[in-house]
Design a protein around this ligand. Structure first.
Ligand code: GAL
Length: 727
């Protein structure tokens, strides 16, 4: 039976100190740093002895990811090189293990080596060095189940392509017992004789299969039991039944048409780069699905953590996954490395029902017929069940993929070229240059066209909101668009060549701590109110924040049918969603314009000013309200951890917000906050930080078990605490 041993503790890092994996080789400040700091080699060394029980077994080292170029030594002998920072690799240790102590050394080179994708040109993100995902020792019988690819050609059938690991080339004469287990228990079982290193197991005429869908992401399990004269083995693989199609009139999941609305995600975090494990990865998926309520995420621009993808499977969040790269295509060896990346990505991830597209083109690269004919061929051979896409920003580009994917940064260009109309998206025929439609998806918009910081002026935030609304409205309007995926979910650290000079691209609808900017609520406001009513007036409610003062025009992001505004001593004012401006959105915002309130009189610069209460109504019932204070003052610090109990080794996000009397964040509060973590966890990052946009965020790593007391303190508000249990 294959056993996976957790191999993440006690690595001697650079000969200096013991560390746990996932690990970031060089932590960085929040911003303004030199990204060359981590572009060198680092070493990780682990000593271990071989238990008696491993004798006669196959022993494999499995590394989930190491950036950017890893060399593995066993007892000083080089046994493997893996020049790709995003895909897993395995190397057999069996032949090199000795009695007594053994030593594995992994040397990672964080240099941006132009021979390795994505390097060779410039890239707008960082590739933090280190062994930033988990490492395992796999102990298996001489013949074991190496892997399985599960295809569900219909709702009643399943084909599993099983590959056996048989490194000694032993004669096989065995049997595979396959059990299909659904959410309500066992569904079917069958036995298949096996004489070669591969076997195909088919189930057909299945009944009552429950489909994996956005609202009901039902998962099944295929349990494989292998019996050969060389031992027994078992492998359990999760998957889902669902169909998908991209047509010229949009995308269908299980035959139901769905407009794809999503965001791009980089997998980076402040200070520790890529090196946050399972919980933080899963939390990002939850934020995208539950808080932003989008239906698709693009893993720009590389394969992301399996924990993130597992969570997407469980939550019902679709995924567009792509190979590493950014605009640059290298020489023949580079291209062949890129094809290897593609193979590794598909092999790792083909059983995730959430994945609906393979990105087989280097993001925003030029056409390259031979290269992309090959990547498409490889993807289709490996996985005939999913369409390919390739993201470009050039128009009239050769489409070798099943879906034409385009980064449309048209909106905003009118500022630089007044002859251009303000137009949210180009038509697909203008982009493709064809006389007919293709399956078509917008894979980026906004981003660098309108960078917006979490603490930027209200007026800029309102324009940021309008741009996200306008593009989504245009995507909903045109039935030939499968959807639109915005740039991007979270702000991210980047190279000096990009961003605001502070090594940050402030392109997210959330900041790096995953705190929302107003534009985040554009996405949630498109969900049905039965998922939770949304009511977010795009304002800090003050007289003098906007140019010329006042808060009008005021956009209210909402999925309510009607919004009531109550000003002190005035009659209530009623407003409906603005279908004239944003008629294609499922839930257009309410927009209050100066002419709408003449009688009610929302104050402006120099006039008297009161508080406000907004109430949202659905089907005549008040379902949500938001109050604003006339004279906001720091009143209390709210401290929220993503969970109240965690496992040892897990990372956990904590956010502390400075709130006013009405419970709203004070967006311009910038006092320093000191953070204290006592007990079974350590703080990742500095312990004195400024409030940014009215909050601070940080991650803890649990060292547990035991209690953790987290305290944040400001001079004006004193201490706020929370307690977390490490199990
Ligand atoms: C795109 C690119 C993204 C990001 C974005 C910023 O061109 O694909 O990675 O740089 O611009 O808006």
């Amino acid at each position: 039976m294959t056993i996976w041993f957790d191999f993440n503790e006690d690595w001697l890092f650079d000969g200096e100190r013991l560390v746990c994996l996932p690990h970031n080789a060089m932590d960085l400040p929040f911003h303004y740093f030199d990204e060359k700091a981590y572009q060198r080699t680092f070493s990780y060394e682990k000593r271990f002895s071989v238990p008696e029980a491993w004798r006669g077994q196959e022993i494999t080292l499995h590394v989930e990811a190491a950036m950017a170029d890893a060399r593995v030594f066993l007892n000083d002998t080089l046994i493997c090189r893996h020049p790709d920072g995003y895909t897993p690799f395995e190397v057999s240790l069996t032949a090199g293990l000795v009695a007594g102590e053994n030593r594995i050394t992994i040397v990672v080179d964080g240099t941006e080596n132009p021979a390795i994708p994505p390097f060779g040109g410039q890239i707008d993100y960082l590739t933090y060095a280190g062994i930033y995902r988990e490492v395992w020792i796999k102990v298996a019988a001489p013949v074991s189940v190496g892997g399985v690819k599960i295809e569900t050609p219909s709702q009643t059938a399943l084909t599993a392509h099983v590959s056996l690991a048989n490194p000694r080339g032993l004669d096989l004469d065995g049997v595979i017992v396959a059990r299909l287990v659904g959410p309500d228990g066992p569904v079917a079982q069958m036995s298949t004789p096996v004489q070669a290193d591969t076997a195909v197991v088919c189930f057909d005429a299945l009944t009552d299969v429950q489909l994996w869908d956005l609202e009901t992401p039902v998962l099944y399990r295929l349990e494989l039991e292998l019996e050969t004269p060389h031992g027994r083995d078992e492998l359990v693989q999760r998957f889902g039944f669902r169909t998908l199609r991209f047509d010229t009139d949009g995308f269908r999941l299980n035959g139901r048409k769905i407009k794809l609305v999503g965001l791009n995600r980089h997998q980076s975090f402040p200070y520790v780069g890529y090196a946050l494990g399972r919980e933080a990865q899963r939390r990002d998926a939850e934020i995208l699905k539950r808080d932003l309520r989008i239906n698709i995420v693009r893993t720009s621009h590389y394969p992301q953590s399996r924990h993130f993808l597992d969570a997407c499977d469980e939550l019902g969040l679709l995924v567009f996954e792509e190979i590493p790269g950014w605009q640059h295509i290298g020489d023949a060896d580079w291209k062949s490395a890129s094809v290897d990346n593609l193979r590794a990505m598909i092999r790792r991830d083909w059983n995730h029902p959430s994945i609906v597209l393979w990105g087989v083109r280097i993001n925003e690269s030029q056409d390259d017929h031979e290269f992309y004919a090959q990547t498409n061929r490889v993807a289709r051979d490996l996985d005939p069940t999913r369409p390919t896409a390739g993201v470009r920003y050039i128009t009239h580009s050769e489409c070798l993929e099943d879906v034409f994917a385009f980064n449309d940064f048209f909106l905003g260009q009118e500022e630089f070229n007044p002859a251009r109309p303000r137009q949210p998206l180009r038509s697909q025929r203008e982009v493709t240059g064809l006389e007919h439609d293709l399956p078509y998806l917008v894979t980026e918009f906004n981003g660098h066209m309108y960078p917006t910081k979490v603490f930027d002026q209200e007026q800029r935030q309102a324009e940021h909101v309008l741009r996200h609304l306008s593009v989504l409205d245009a995507a909903f309007r045109d039935p030939s668009f499968a959807g639109a995926i915005g740039w991007c979910a979270f702000d991210y650290n980047t190279h000096k060549d990009f961003g605001s000079g502070d090594r940050i691209c402030h392109h997210g609808v959330m900041d790096m701590f995953r705190e929302p900017k107003f534009a985040a609520h554009v996405y949630a406001s498109q969900s049905d109110p039965d998922q939770g009513a949304v009511l977010v007036p795009v304002t800090y409610w003050s007289r003098g924040e906007r140019n010329m003062g006042g808060v009008l025009p005021l956009i209210i992001l909402t999925n309510c049918d009607e919004v009531c505004l109550q000003l002190p001593g005035a009659d209530p004012l009623w407003f409906r969603p603005d279908r004239d401006t944003f008629g294609h959105l499922p839930h257009p915002p309410v927009i209050i314009r100066a002419e709408d309130v003449e009688r009610g009189g929302i104050g402006v610069w120099g006039m008297s000013w009161g508080g406000a209460e907004f109430t949202g109504f659905v089907a005549g019932q008040a379902v949500v309200s938001r109050c604003f204070a006339a004279d906001p003052l720091p009143t209390r610090t709210e401290i929220v951890a993503d969970a109240l109990s965690i496992r040892a080794g897990a990372s956990l996000r904590v956010i502390a917000r400075v709130l006013d009397q009405a419970g709203n964040k004070l967006p311009f509060f910038m006092d320093p906050m000191s953070i204290t973590v006592e007990g079974a966890a350590t703080l990742l990052g500095p312990d004195i930080v400024p409030c940014r946009g009215g909050s601070v965020g940080f991650w803890l790593r649990a060292t547990g078990p035991g209690h953790v007391r987290v305290a944040v303190e400001t001079a004006r508000l004193g201490v706020a605490t929370t307690t977390i249990e490490v199990l």
